[in-house]
Design a protein around this ligand. Structure first.
Ligand SMILES: [Zn+2]
Length: 82
């Protein structure tokens, strides 16, 4: 992580599938738009991705992933901008 203590959540995306390994659609709370997606933080099931922004201008994602019956919280810093 960038080291900044002050992080805020912003956009939330829900990666939904009709069934395991099915086509992913992205739903955004507060919007009626549903987008098809090849990307999903969960390789086979559902996920929720929360964009986090620090007060120094960096951002990263907190992914909540369904995997084989488990729910896993995974920070994603690969997108972090300096
Ligand atoms: Zn930061």
């Amino acid at each position: 992580m960038c080291g900044c203590e002050y992080n805020h959540h912003s956009r939330v995306e829900v990666f939904d599938r009709e069934r395991e390994d099915g086509q992913t659609v992205i739903k955004t709370p507060g919007s009626n738009v549903v987008r098809l997606s090849k990307f999903n933080p969960s390789p086979r099931r559902h996920a929720i991705r929360i964009r986090m922004e620090c007060e120094d201008g960096h951002y990263w994602f907190l992914n909540i992933i369904q995997h084989k019956g488990y729910t896993i919280l995974v920070p994603d810093f690969d997108v972090m901008q300096d």
